[in-house]
Design a protein around this ligand. Structure first.
Ligand code: TXA
Ligand code: MG
Length: 315
């Protein structure tokens, strides 16, 4: 059910769950102090209770009120990237219910860069918000995706298509070397420049099998369309009608309804990736073939795209 900002504020205060737009993907918002509302979020989404939620704030004061301590890097990064697609993990205090963090002593905080989200949070206080998809589905980047997942069984605010299209970068500030737990539009490189020290990038963490994954969400399947997703090493000799192709190199690709071509615009590909997944499923394609990404390329969207597509391809 579509609701206005005013109605959304009222509903959140009543302990309801309301989907709202951010600059990354739509989130499933609930009052971060209301246990029943948070429980409802997990239930609605079909999410395991040990996968913690990001708390969304609209001011530094709200962030300070929920945390036990904040390293200097926290302030530097918030000054550089908030509001924006960077989630910072730091030590929580007793105001954050254990239900939010899956029992962890840390909390993930983010200030979203979207006027509707900020106005909402200013009026309701901090909101927990996982990506608003049903567990296992690609994150919603348009209101239509929410309707696909929930029909009429969800309050939602329409903010149009989201700008970034992939979930925020999650950065752990509690480890000795700041560590990227989930790649997003803000890269290790950009973070490193701001805090003037090395940052452990996502890939490196995962080569180190000796330590357990620190972001509990990592172990669950994510971002999977129903169609089989595979990487495409080179241009096929012919294009099958049963396959949906996603390509980004500047080659001359045939004009076709089953070829989505991006001409090296990785930002646009990131913005549309989840919509392409959902559209391919809707049109009942059995397979989605995606041209291999140039992993050495420094474009900031390559790393999060590689991450999400690899997960969708299930390897
Ligand atoms: O862009 C985004 O971050 C979106 C929008 C709605 O803000 N939200 C989002 O939330 O992607 P979700 O719940 O789908 O993903 C949150 C990720 C999960 O991988 C979770 O494990 C991790 O953040 N996370 C949350 N709290 C954490 C903590 N205390 N320590 C480590 N990882 C944490
Ligand atoms: Mg998610």
């Amino acid at each position: 059910m579509m609701v206005t900002l005013k109605k959304a504020i009222h509903l959140i205060r009543q302990g309801e769950v309301v989907a709202f737009p951010t600059e990354t993907v739509y989130g499933l918002g609930a009052d971060a102090q209301n246990i029943r509302a948070i429980k409802k979020t997990f239930r609605l989404k079909g999410r395991p209770l040990d996968n913690p939620l990001i708390v969304h704030v609209s001011s530094m004061q709200q962030a300070e009120e929920l945390t036990a301590d904040r390293p200097e890097d926290f302030y530097k990064l918030a000054a550089a990237f908030w509001p924006g697609p960077l989630t910072l993990v730091t030590n929580k205090n007793e105001r954050v219910p254990d239900l939010v963090t899956g029992g962890l002593q840390t909390v993930a905080l983010r200030m979203p860069d979207h006027p509707l989200a900020l106005q909402l949070i200013q009026r309701t206080g901090p909101l927990t918000a996982p990506s608003a998809n049903k567990s296992g589905k690609p994150s919603p980047t348009r209101i239509e995706h929410l309707i696909q997942d929930y029909g009429d069984n969800l309050f939602m605010m329409d903010g149009g298509a989201t700008d970034i299209g992939l979930e925020s970068t999650v950065l752990d500030l509690t480890s000795p070397v700041p560590t990227i737990l989930r790649p997003g539009a803000i890269t290790a490189e950009q973070i490193s420049v701001v805090i003037r020290k090395p940052v452990r990038d996502y890939k490196e963490t995962h080569r180190d099998n000796s330590s357990p994954a620190k972001s509990p969400g990592i172990k669950y399947t994510h971002y999977k369309p129903d169609a089989v997703v595979e990487w495409m090493d080179r241009r096929p000799s012919h294009f099958s009608k049963n396959v949906f192709y996603i390509v980004h190199s500047t080659q001359d690709w045939p004009e076709s309804e089953h070829i989505a071509s991006y001409n090296r615009d990785f930002r646009q590909l990131a913005r549309e990736l989840y919509d392409l997944f959902r559209t391919a499923d809707h049109l009942q394609y059995q397979k989605i073939l995606i041209e291999k990404l140039p992993s050495e390329d420094l474009n900031p969207f390559i790393s999060p795209l590689l991450n999400r597509i690899s997960k969708a391809a299930g390897r």
